[in-house]
Ligand binder design. Structure first.
Ligand code: AMP
Length: 418
């Protein structure tokens, strides 16, 4: 059902509790914490500008990292207030704590058209517990609630759900910010009745993570392309030799059911027909956490399916790239979630980049609607400089996946119906 958005709300002079996603990467440089990627902050600027135009008193709340309910100076939102202030060209006040006297005083001092950023809500364990008393304190004197943090909407936390309930109980409107509105439009409405041919591309590590998405999309897709490690569980189900590829033997029956459903519904389900394989060896190195690092040696292309017992499939091969790109070229709607291989290693990124190019090309050439369902596919597209060429790149990871599964996200459910 359609949710209220800030376009529908009259917020003149109102105190608006605004949940944003400022979970930004921070790095220490010369004793100061520096934000290394501003994407999440800039993504909220259109919403903030609209709220400012309306003369709202804006109270911003977010989490940053996983401080586990304790004050953790390395996860402070203070640097974000300074950056946001520069981006908006106006002052953004900062409250040392998201509840208590610091927050109350700062909120009381807010005038129409002014902004206040509260300290990390996860410094309090009650945030993740969605504690009702904490939500009431966090809400302060808010008369309206806005959620622009799609990436956190799958969590029923105090700032994503509890505060909305408090505000709604006061008779205040709860609406989506402009970023949230777009996420709901592209991952929701557009995929409800996609223009055909609808091509879905799924990759990544595990079938178990994405089976609900596969199952739901088999109801709508014309073509389903499966790459990444996930493809090897399907191959195992078909009796192929998968060597040392990452597989989930306990998901074989699930993969077989998906293959049967695809056949029954006339969905063209394509799996890899060739592979880039490499030999994993324990090179004696360890990562930062002391875990052994696997090195991949002797990469080579293998036509057909049977990998040697010592080899793992790490990317789709060139013939598969051709098949997948041909399917993508004819699409009018495309949804992509998950890389085609271990793209973090440049040697195994070609399949993912080729698919990214084909998606961008289909969008440019005949206006296909291309939706990238968050996480690693977004990283890969941006690395290849193709991010600007697709219709929508979701800002959610887990939230996008749950939304695509058809789940009701608590942070969305809490918003007022239009
Ligand atoms: P996901 O979060 O499920 O989308 O999975 C992304 C991860 O899957 C990335 O870190 C990739 O390196 C990994 N991945 C993709 N293909 C393979 C593969 N063939 N073997 C091992 N890992 C893979």
């Amino acid at each position: 059902m359609a949710k209220l958005t800030i376009r529908d709300m009259n917020l003149q002079g109102k105190r608006v509790f605004t949940r944003v996603d400022y979970n930004v990467p921070l790095k220490e440089k010369g004793g100061v914490l520096v934000i290394t990627d501003l994407t999440r902050i800039t993504a909220t600027v259109p919403t903030l500008n609209l709220l400012l135009q309306q003369g709202a008193r804006i109270v911003l709340a977010s989490h940053l990292g996983r401080p586990k309910g304790k004050t953790e100076p390395s996860m402070s939102l203070r640097p974000v207030a300074a950056t946001l202030s520069e981006l908006l060209g106006r002052q953004v006040a900062f409250a040392e704590d998201c509840v208590g006297p610091a927050a109350e005083q700062a909120q009381a001092a807010l005038k129409p058209g002014e902004l206040l950023l509260l300290e990390n809500v996860r410094f309090h364990p009650e945030e993740e517990a969605n504690d009702a008393a904490f939500a009431a304190k966090l809400a302060g004197t808010a008369e309206a609630y806005v959620n622009d943090a799609f990436g956190s909407a799958h969590r029923a936390h105090a700032s994503t759900e509890g505060v909305a309930r408090v505000v709604a109980a006061r008779g205040g409107p709860c609406g989506a910010g402009l970023l949230m509105e777009k996420e709901l439009k592209f991952l929701g409405e557009e995929l409800e009745r996609p223009a055909a041919p609808f091509v879905v591309i799924l990759g990544g590590a595990k079938v178990s993570d994405k089976i609900k998405v596969i199952d739901r999309l088999l109801e709508k897709a014309n073509t389903l392309l499966i790459g990444g490690a996930m493809a090897y569980t399907f191959k195992l189900a078909q009796g192929a030799q998968v060597g040392k590829s990452l597989v989930e033997p306990d998901q074989v029956a699930v993969a077989l059911r998906a293959l049967t459903k695809a056949r029954a519904r006339g969905v063209n389900l394509l799996l890899p027909v060739d592979h880039v394989a490499a030999t994993p060896v324990a090179g004696g190195k360890v990562d930062k956490k002391g875990r052994p690092v696997t090195e991949y040696q002797n990469p080579r292309v293998i036509a057909g399916d049977n990998l040697a017992a010592t080899e793992a499939g790490v990317d789709i091969g060139p013939a598969t790239v051709q098949n997948f790109c041909a399917a993508i070229a004819g699409a009018r709607t495309i949804l992509w979630n998950g890389p085609m291989g271990m793209f973090e290693d440049k040697r195994f990124a070609e399949g993912t980049i080729a698919v990214g190019r084909a998606v961008a090309e289909a969008s440019k050439r005949h206006g296909a609607t291309s939706i990238i369902g968050g996480g690693d596919s977004v990283t890969a597209l941006n690395q290849a400089g193709l991010g600007e060429q697709v219709t929508w790149m979701s800002t959610g990871g887990g939230a996008s996946l749950e939304f695509l599964e058809g789940a009701v996200l608590p942070g969305v459910a809490a918003l007022t119906e239009r």
